[in-house]
Write a protein that binds this ligand. Structure first.
Ligand SMILES: Nc1ncnc2c1ncn2[C@@H]1O[C@H](COP(=O)(O)OP(=O)(O)OP(=O)(O)O)[C@@H](O)[C@H]1O
Ligand SMILES: [Mg+2]
Length: 238
């Protein structure tokens, strides 16, 4: 089977200026290629730059230096409306803080990315229901986000990211609010999405049990990526 690079990062750097006193290099000279059907995980301590990196890959933030090529497109060369279209059609994002629409039910949140597509309404609802069912949320479809537990909100966010069958799934701490059993179920689904649908998955997390589901594990510290994982990362209970 031939593979293609779905994500190509070259010398990517993001520097935050904080007044003129200090600057933070949240992402520091990162180069990386991820192919179709690959499930990559980046482990790293709090503040190491994981969210910043995902935001750059998904075109939610602009790099200070370097380039992001997403499915063959240099995203820095796109207009804002082209970028919105690429994000909508190719990227499924699970935010660390979920970012669900508070006035939409769980079902409406999952359906939202399908609204701009040509899919008929009944199919959109059917697909959204199936995804909620897959996430173990069959009984919660008409709940508002505020009426859901944190772990349930996280699973709605994951269902929403899956809705459009995106080329790339970007998952920021996808199991952060889940017990280990639910977390493993979600990772199994991500693994299947990569292997059966050929979707490219990039997850950033503290959860070291993810290594059983992932093809490639990298480590981030102070904005830099490393292929060696420090042993102490695995010393916590799994
Ligand atoms: N808008 C900003 N302005 C200034 N500094 C920022 C900004 N956003 C992030 N940073 C800094 O960049 C660094 C990386 O932040 P980031 O959110 O990417 O870390 P993270 O690895 O996702 O952490 P966590 O595991 O806690 O979510 C941190 O030191 C943070 O304080
Ligand atoms: Mg983060």
């Amino acid at each position: 089977m031939s593979t293609k690079n779905v994500i190509e990062l070259s010398n990517l750097t993001k520097t935050y200026q904080r007044g003129n006193a200090s600057e933070v290099k949240a992402v520091d000279d990162v180069s990386l290629k991820v192919v179709d059907g690959e499930f990559l995980t980046i482990l790293g301590p709090s503040g190491s730059g994981k969210t910043t990196l995902l935001n750059l890959i998904g075109g939610l933030d602009k790099p200070s230096e370097g380039t992001v090529i997403l499915d063959g497109l240099d995203i820095s060369k796109l207009t804002e409306s082209e970028l919105v279209k690429v994000r909508r059609e190719k990227v499924g994002f699970v935010f660390q803080a979920f970012n669900l629409i508070p006035t939409f039910s769980a079902l409406e949140n999952v359906e939202a990315p399908l609204a701009p597509t040509k899919m008929p309404k009944n199919e959109r609802i059917e697909r959204s229901q199936e995804l909620l069912w897959l996430m173990g949320l069959k009984q919660r479809a008409d709940h508002l986000p505020a009426e859901l537990s944190a772990g349930e909100q996280q699973r709605v966010a994951i269902a929403r990211a899956f809705a459009n069958k995106p080329t790339v799934l970007l998952l920021d701490e996808p199991t952060g609010n889940l017990d280990t059993k639910s977390g493993k179920k979600i990772l199994e689904l991500c693994h299947r999405a990569s292997k059966e649908q050929g979707q490219t998955v990039v997850a950033v997390t503290h959860a070291t049990y993810i290594r059983r589901y992932t093809d490639c594990l990298l480590f981030m510290r102070d904005g830099k990526l490393f292929s060696q994982i420090p042993q102490e990362e695995f010393e916590e209970a799994e």
